[in-house]
Write a protein that binds this ligand. Structure first.
Ligand code: ZN
Length: 297
């Protein structure tokens, strides 16, 4: 017989505000995949990440789709992972995309380790490797888990008001799960970005090569779709092969190994919070993170 501590009962108390956390539309060969939780600044719950996965799959399967644009409805691209909305569904089981076992009834560190492997790192790697070109269209906040979604896209087009931020060090955590900071940013800038957790404005992100284009807010959609249309005119296989080569080159430069290494530290930080009694987010929740951000501390 297994010891009692082997499994844990956790109630699924999530209340969803929508059955459509992701919208999908194809126009002239360009699929728009739109995060649709604007009242929560497109905070990502698992309902959303699985819907994103399904939408990406649909776009890959549809021969009419040449380019995929990932976007967020409302004022912000994404405020990150859902750590506080009524639809926070960490205790809900889903039909998983990878072969990690279900996390919901697992004890201790195993809960977060298995869950984030599937829902965050696994999904992001899967989307990064989609054979069709992807463009993140970013307005407003692109924070923490939102940053992960922009980074896994091939190109990033940002509006002038957009900003990028990874503030999770305030929780005692050394960066988000998909740790591409060392590839996306110069190491010294990456340290500043993490140590201070400040907003990186789109123009500065553009100046250092993290963003492809910065455009006026009211031109964001038109400029992104025009760029997508130009890419859509290129041969499909050529695009896929170019993407494969550059993705493999990123891995050779250490992206995959860095993410795996950082994931261990990330889980260590979650576990540390639990050991010292502040919880896996270091005593923070969505409200306290917003308050700390506003205070600029
Ligand atoms: Zn985490």
């Amino acid at each position: 017989m297994l010891p009692k501590t082997e499994y844990v009962q956790r109630p699924d108390d999530a209340v969803y505000e929508t059955d459509s956390p992701v919208l999908y539309e194809v126009v002239d060969g360009i699929a728009s995949i739109t995060m649709n939780r604007p009242q929560f600044n497109n905070a990502q719950n698992s309902q959303m990440t699985y819907a994103l996965d399904a939408a990406f799959r649909r776009a890959v399967d549809d021969d009419a789709v040449r380019v995929i644009v990932l976007r967020g409805k409302g004022r912000h691209f994404s405020a990150g992972h859902d750590i506080g909305s009524p639809g926070r569904d960490v205790n809900k089981s889903f039909e998983r995309a990878h072969l990690w076992w279900d996390h919901v009834n697992k004890p201790g560190v195993e809960f977060n380790y298995a869950r984030e492997q599937e829902v965050y790192v696994g999904m992001c790697r899967r989307w990064h490797d989609i054979p069709k070109p992807t463009i993140a269209m970013v307005q407003g906040a692109c924070v923490a888990g939102g940053l992960m979604l922009a980074w896994v896209c091939d190109l990033i087009v940002a509006s002038e008001d957009a900003f990028f931020q990874d503030p999770v060090l305030r929780m005692g955590i050394p960066g988000v799960e998909y740790f591409a900071h060392a590839q996306e940013l110069n190491p010294r800038i990456a340290k500043e970005f993490l140590f201070l957790g400040e907003r990186l404005p789109a123009p500065r992100a553009h100046a250092m090569g993290m963003v492809n284009r910065v455009v006026a807010a009211d031109a964001l959609e038109a400029e992104t779709l025009a760029l997508a249309a130009r890419i859509a005119a290129q041969p499909r296989l050529g695009l896929a092969l170019a993407k494969q080569v550059l993705n493999r080159a990123e891995e050779l430069q250490g992206l995959r190994a860095t993410i795996d290494m950082a994931y261990g530290y990330h889980q260590l930080a979650h576990a540390h919070g639990q050991v010292v009694g502040t919880g896996h987010l270091g005593g923070h929740d969505a409200a306290s993170m917003v308050a700390a951000n506003k205070a600029g501390s």
